[in-house]
Write a protein that binds this ligand. Sequence first.
Ligand code: ARG
Length: 252
Amino acid sequence: MGQCFKATVLLVLALAVRESSGQRIIGGQEVVPYSIKYQASIQYNRVHYCGGTLIRPQWVVSAAHCWRPSSLIQVVLSEHSLVLEEGFEQIFNVSKALVHYNYNYQTFNNDIMLLKLAEPAQLNANVQPATLLEDTDPPLNSSVSCTVSGWGVTRIYSSYLSQVLYAVVVNVMPNCNFYYYGKITENMLCAGSRFGGKDSCQGDSGGPLICDGNLEGIVSWGIGCANPYFPGVYTKVRNYTKWIKWVIGTNE
Ligand code: ARG
């Protein structure tokens, strides 16, 4: 009994250490280069600061809190290593950066923004838009697992971005308001791992959370990263499909 208990404690400790010493994004892996074809890097002075998702050849969706004046930012598609010039990069100026009219920077409600690229992206084997759902589509099954990707920090207390694109599989966490004492609005969804250790983190903001092949979330906020009691919070993209289509339609 004593031995068994000790062994269990050791095992739990070993797992906890393995989880919390997590690698990139947090607890994820480097992706096969160019396999996340809708992933965008948003850059300021040629430096990555947020992620984004290509949804139409000329439109990228990101988080409102990633807003900077459109003349100062660029969007890079077909990117893998931020430090190497690999020759596949498509780099765009941004002609419009449109933040949701109801974005609240204190609560992060409606944390969504659309970027219009100066010209349409070249769709190819490395660059393809993500799919959006209609309001008529069946609701997201809470047992589904999702993938979040980005160049965000690789360790919980690090401030160094990842040099290459990472991704991690996370689960949608229902009852998130229990953890975040009522701060989760109808326009947010939470995803993480029950034991912590797997999450998006600083620098992943604006990037895609893909579930069953559809863009369901935008990396938005969280308390710390990869904490079992504070999962990552994502903008619930489904709620904005109408707004997205309206913005694109009126800004073509
Ligand atoms: N706000 C962060 C950013 O600007 C993203 C934080 C995500 N946090 C989390 N625990 N998933 O990059």
